[in-house]
Design a protein around this ligand. Structure first.
Ligand SMILES: NC(=O)c1ccc[n+]([C@@H]2O[C@H](COP(=O)([O-])OP(=O)(O)OC[C@H]3O[C@@H](n4cnc5c(N)ncnc54)[C@H](OP(=O)(O)O)[C@@H]3O)[C@@H](O)[C@H]2O)c1
Length: 364
């Protein structure tokens, strides 16, 4: 079953442009793609597969003939325009936080709970939410361990790229780097803190009662919803680093069933959406630069909790409950645009040529 036009709402932003790149890479013809943005972008154009697409302002009337509408805009824009897209018959995948915790809206990572798309209350209801990028990378990295051994608790520290805050975040870091190259300085224009040569607590608002920032709250709530485990223990610390693209995470996971290193490595290695980068001799592990532009999430630096090793000895037969690892994932791709396009594939509303290619992330 397929397919109308694919509309990208927010086509001028970093996620929207990545969605266009993926559609073009996978052979969707320009006439099947509609680029929408705000009034500010009226009359502009975006690059598409060697040509350009006109950008038109998104209005309630923009969705006639659209099979899949991928929203890559603000939560406010999604709240006001998504009902019109659904009413016009489109399946909507929304990248914003507007509907993620709405009980009637599936929150989907295809490799984890793709079965919800098309289930009652799923795509037929017209709206699927794309999780927060950090949540997708975290649960994507841990899903094979959850399936094989169960997961009791997660500690995670994030090292998040500035593009996670959109084009304006990238512009801030680039302006500061350029100024440094000219032996001058550029004051922060978007973030409160300088990006260059700096690391700072995530720029989302901090809840005065819990001390959690918005990004940390999203990781907790969304992980529990996606894994269907309302008591899952998740302890995040979210930090912005001077990286343009791809988020990295230092994760410690506590398993339900203690496992051998060979078992944990096999579980990670068998997951088609992951790539294990773990060469201790060469000190070769996941980095954001290695993850940038890739569909897979990189995982590595795998090791058991050293204190468990100290109390229980070592050896290939030893089992451990707590494991640490590093993950790096391109948050514009698997953390946003690719995940949304995969969902469109599961819903059967992509142009036919694309459907087979995006059901599950392929190992390249
Ligand atoms: N960046 C990430 O890593 C990431 C990851 C996961 C999810 N997300 C979510 O994805 C969404 C887009 O983020 P982004 O990083 O791509 O932001 P961005 O670079 O700032 O782009 C925002 C886009 O939204 C458009 N827009 C704003 N108001 C609009 C309106 N009323 N109607 C139609 N379009 C409107 C903008 O159009 P103009 O250019 O015309 O202003 C622009 O195309 C956000 O909800 C964000 O939370 C982002």
């Amino acid at each position: 079953m397929s397919s109308g036009t694919v509309a990208i709402v927010g086509a001028t932003g970093v996620v929207g442009r990545e969605a266009l790149t993926i559609l073009a890479e996978r052979g969707v013809p320009a006439e099947k793609v509609r680029a929408l943005a705000s009034e500010r972008s009226a009359g502009s154009s975006v690059a598409y597969n060697g040509t350009s697409l006109p950008v038109t302002p998104a209005t309630p009337e923009s969705f006639a003939g659209v099979g899949l509408a991928i929203f890559c805009a603000s939560a406010d824009a999604a709240r006001s325009l998504v009902p019109h897209a659904i009413a016009a018959g489109a399946v909507v995948v929304d990248n914003s936080s507007a509907f993620r915790l709405d009980e009637s809206v599936p929150l989907v990572v295809p490799e984890i709970n793709g079965g919800l798309v098309g289930a009652p209350g799923g795509a037929r209801a017209g709206l699927i939410a794309n999780p927060n990028c950090s949540t997708i990378i975290l649960l994507g990295a841990l899903e094979p361990l959850r399936r094989a051994f169960g997961v009791r608790a997660i500690d995670v520290a994030t090292y998040q790229a500035v593009s996670g805050a959109g084009q304006a975040g990238m512009d801030d870091l680039v302006a500061q780097a350029r100024a440094f190259g000219r032996d001058s300085a550029a004051a922060p224009a978007f973030f409160r803190e300088p990006c260059l040569f700096n690391v700072f607590s995530h720029d989302s608002a901090v809840d005065p009662d819990t001390g959690l920032n918005g990004e940390e709250r999203k990781i907790i709530d969304e992980s529990r919803k996606i894994w269907g485990d309302p008591t899952l223990r998740v302890t995040p610390t979210c930090v912005r680093v001077p990286v343009l693209r791809a988020h990295t995470q230092a994760i410690t996971v506590e398993l339900e069933r203690p496992a051998r290193e060979s078992e944990v490595r096999a579980a990670l290695g068998d997951a088609a959406w992951l790539r294990v980068v773990d060469d201790r001799a060469a000190n070769d592990f996941p980095t954001p630069l290695k993850a940038s532009g890739r569909d897979e999430i990189l995982v590595g630096r795998l090791r058991p909790d050293p204190s468990e090793r100290e109390t229980s000895g070592a050896g290939p037969a030893m089992v451990f409950r707590r494991w640490s690892l590093l993950a790096s994932g391109d948050q514009l791709r698997k953390g946003a645009a690719l995940n949304a396009i995969q969902i469109g594939g599961l819903a059967g509303v992509l142009p036919a040529a694309l459907e087979e290619q995006v059901g599950v992330v392929a190992r390249s």
